[in-house]
Design a protein around this ligand. Structure first.
Ligand code: KIV
Length: 265
């Protein structure tokens, strides 16, 4: 069954948790969709986990749209969200609406996500006015890594917490259908979740959010440069893949593969 925005809103109203994961290509998107995950995000984390960059900053709009197309082709049920990359929405509202539209027209996505609270309210308003649903992302917004001086937990002191609460209210008022809360203390995420009517999706924001998201390659153990505290590893695919490739190498070198059953007569 196709997951729509009303389904996501209904889940919050009924107290049912919303599940979300990233995906960047056809095979993984197919698996995540088959598992019944509600929302699949083509995250700009692909800059780090797929392209090997140090931050999310280098990935381009064209690259994001390309990956969105791969994911959309695979997905039958989940809601697909395109993550707006750095500088695709900050320069002007016209740019933001145009680039958000590209995710739907060219990438096959159903909605977009962008980073920012109060400062992005007008942009969110304009994109939603163009009938494109927006998920806002506040807290640790990775595109601001240089401003923050690293990937640090946000909203720890009362002033910062108050600002995040204001961000959440501003994006709700601007028309966002959901808010992603990244790396903030669990009690603050709980306060925000209670203060807004739209669903909150946490990543490193504790258990009181309306849903949770993880970067797929983190939870599958495919990204090994660092493991954030909030990641739970559900598999170690890097180790498994390394084992398989080493085994293949040895089989070819020792003449064990290809065997009779892999050969044509
Ligand atoms: O780009 C991404 O993967 C994200 C995560 C916070 C889910 O935005």
């Amino acid at each position: 069954m196709k997951i729509t925005i009303p389904d996501i809103l209904k889940k919050k109203a009924e107290g049912k948790k919303i599940t979300m994961l990233t995906a960047y290509d056809f095979p993984f998107a197919q698996i995540v969709d088959e598992a019944g995950i509600d929302i699949i995000l083509i995250g700009d984390s692909l800059s780090m986990v797929v392209q090997g960059n140090d931050t999310t900053i280098p990935v381009t709009m064209d690259e994001m749209v390309y990956h969105a197309r791969l994911v959309s082709k695979a997905v039958k049920n989940a809601m697909v969200i395109g993550d707006m990359p750095f500088m695709s929405y900050q320069i002007s509202i016209e740019d933001a609406v145009y680039n958000a539209g590209r995710f739907l027209k060219e990438g096959g996505a159903h909605a977009v996500k962008l980073e920012g609270g109060v400062s992005m309210a007008d942009t969110i308003r304009a994109i939603t006015k163009a009938e494109i649903p927006v998920m806002a992302h506040i807290g640790l917004t990775p595109q601001s890594v240089h401003k923050f001086g690293g990937y640090k937990v946000q909203g720890k002191d009362p002033k910062a917490a108050k600002r995040l609460l204001a961000d959440a209210k501003a994006v709700e008022e601007a028309g966002a259908f959901a808010i992603l809360l990244e790396a903030i203390p669990a009690p603050l995420a709980q306060r925000i979740t209670k203060a807004v009517k739209i669903p909150t999706i946490g990543i490193g924001a504790g258990k009181y959010c309306d849903g949770n998201v993880l970067v797929l390659y983190d939870m599958l153990g495919l990204f090994n440069r660092f493991v954030p505290k909030f990641v739970k590893r559900y598999a170690n695919l890097r180790e498994e893949t390394l084992k398989a490739v080493k085994q293949y190498k040895e089989d070819v070198e020792k003449g064990r593969f290809p065997a009779e059953e892999h050969s044509f007569k």
